[in-house]
Design a protein around this ligand. Structure first.
Ligand code: PLP
Length: 377
């Protein structure tokens, strides 16, 4: 049996998405910037997709800027805040995705303050408020859900603090778009980011939601595409796939949540029952934790450094830390950031609406075999 439990790294594309993209690939090859009929048709397809996406997140179409994915969108938000909005200080955490973290730890013309996080990855809101009292033009950049440990941000509380202290708010919503209903009006951020491949859409396409109050100049220079905010001929098939995937994800979203949360709760309970000493990194309760992610901290066992490899040998795809770092010798910056015991083996299992109970039961059986194996000799 082969079981894919690495959906926080990427998800398989939905057939409906592939079909829609294939139709567009066959029918539309015009350059959306061309003024002739081929171009106008392609432009029409993009604008229909943009309107669909905007409606799903309660935004205006002009607030949706297509990008090559989550990384570009995160970079764009930070660069725009500094270059266009005059931000001189960014408040963030040490457990952000590298798409944000690496924009903050170079030789940059702004100060960075790190807000404290708890040992489950919760942002310390009192510390955030303390930091915000220092009167400088600030961007608060805090991810909505941590991709490694699943801990959720209280976005509305952060938004209220940002409004109180006149700070801009960016949230990396790459792991939550398509998994929760996101309405930009209640979320209250100036920037949100999205990546289609995290919810059964294609890779290499995403968007930056940028509030209409923000005037943004392009990070990628070129033509005047995306209303002058991002140069380059649009990825029309990707855009169509993104819109379709977000639409599908939002259809029956509560049933998807209930199904996946059920699998996660079951897997946690079974692990506790079967593996003495097991526990979990990050928050675990449904209201504080992303329902698609379960980061398991195993007791030490023979071959513990081979855990992911042994799971893979039995057909199970999981990861340790994020996909970008698994396999590399550097440990997870997130686990370090929450001061987890990094000597204990860990694996992140991440689910999708296509994951089944049969698959979870198979994974539990294999985990038990690997972790409780009696050492030979
Ligand atoms: N932000 C988070 C939280 C992610 O999990 C990822 C992907 O792993 C990204 C950003 C980057 O998105 P993309 O792969 O579309 O560049």
């Amino acid at each position: 049996m082969r079981v894919y439990l690495d959906n926080a790294a990427t998800t398989p594309m939905a057939t409906e998405v592939i079909d829609e993209m294939t139709n567009v690939m066959k029918a539309q090859f015009g350059n959306p910037s061309s003024t002739h009929a081929f171009g106008r048709e392609a432009r029409g397809v993009i604008e229909v997709a943009r309107r669909k996406i905007a409606k799903l997140i309660g935004a205006e179409p002009k607030e949706v800027v297509f990008t090559s994915g989550g990384t570009e969108a995160d970079n764009m938000a930070i660069i725009c805040a500094v270059e266009d909005l005059g931000v001189t200080r960014v408040i963030s955490t040490t457990i952000e995705h590298h798409a944000v973290g690496h924009c903050l730890n170079g030789d940059q013309p702004f100060k960075v303050d790190y807000v404290r996080v708890s040992d489950t990855g919760r942002v310390d809101l009192a510390h955030l408020e303390d930091l915000l009292q220092d009167d400088q033009k600030t961007l608060v950049s805090l991810m909505h859900a941590n991709n490694e440990i699943g801990t959720l941000l209280d976005a509305e509380a952060v938004s209220a603090l940002c409004k109180k202290y006149n700070a801009y708010f960016h949230s990396d919503t790459v792991q939550t778009m398509g998994h929760y209903t996101i309405d930009v009006n209640t979320f209250g951020a100036d920037f949100l980011t999205c990546s289609a491949h995290k919810f059964h859409g294609p890779k290499g396409i995403g968007f930056l939601y940028v509030s209409k109050e923000v005037k943004m100049s392009p990070m990628i220079q070129g033509g005047s595409q995306e209303r002058g905010m991002r140069g380059g001929t649009e990825n029309i098939t990707g855009i169509v796939g993104l819109a379709k995937a977000l639409e599908l994800a939002n259809t029956d979203i509560l049933e998807h949540q209930e199904h996946v949360q059920g699998l996660k709760t079951y897997m946690m309970a079974q692990l506790i029952a079967r593996i003495p000493g097991v526990n979990f990194h990050g928050e675990t309760s449904p209201d504080k934790s992303l329902y698609t992610v379960l980061n398991v901290c195993f007791p030490p066992f023979e071959n513990k450094s081979m855990l992911l490899f042994l799971l893979d040998l039995d057909g199970i795809a999981s990861s340790g830390g994020s996909a970008c770092t698994s396999g590399a010798s550097v440990g997870s910056h997130v686990l370090r950031g929450i001061q987890a015991d990094i000597n204990r083996p860990n694996a992140r299992f991440s689910f999708s609406r296509y994951t089944t109970m049969e698959e979870i039961n198979y994974v539990l059986e294999i985990i038990e075999k690997i972790v409780l194996a009696v050492p030979v000799g």
